[in-house]
Design a protein around this ligand. Structure first.
Ligand code: FES
Length: 152
């Protein structure tokens, strides 16, 4: 078989085109995210559409999805063809909320940092970075978070 002239790619070609290492591809395979189409001379070969699957994985990771979440998403798509635009839209639409939540979290952190700059109290009880929304108060009195950190 000559993968260069078919819809199949040697693992080295997939690595070159995706920028990923062979070890990463093998890891993704172990996680069930991609599947090789077979072997040629002992080396893995893949359907060409694995590149779009890898692109999907990369995009999902940039949004912050775990490999388990990515695996769940990919499991809703047939493994024998590339994700279609409809697949992409269906799977990525919920990611917007995750990005919005991350933006809100970072904006809140930025606001807290503004409050901390020039303060320097580093109080486990009152510092809004160390104790956002006074979460420590719900656990009782005293230096709850120091104790938690020491015991972990
Ligand atoms: S260091 Fe004082 S509020 Fe954060």
């Amino acid at each position: 078989m000559t993968p260069h002239k078919t819809d199949r790619l040697h693992i080295t070609q997939v690595c070159q085109r995706s920028g990923l290492t062979a070890a990463t591809l093998r890891f993704y395979e172990e996680q069930g995210l991609i599947q090789p189409a077979g072997r040629d001379g002992g080396k893995r070969i893949y359907h060409r559409h694995v590149l779009r699957r890898l692109a999907f994985i990369a995009a999902a990771q940039r949004v912050g999805l775990s490999l388990a979440e990515i695996s769940t998403a990919l499991a809703t798509m047939p493994a024998d063809h590339a994700p279609t635009p409809a697949d992409w839209n269906r799977l990525s639409e919920p990611w917007k909320q995750r990005v919005d939540e991350a933006i809100t979290g970072l904006q809140n952190l930025r606001t807290s940092l503004d409050e901390c700059i020039g303060c320097g109290c580093l109080s486990m009880r009152t510092c809004s970075i160390l104790n956002p929304d006074d979460e420590a108060a719900a656990e009782g009195t005293g230096p709850r978070w120091l104790r938690r950190t020491r015991n972990q």
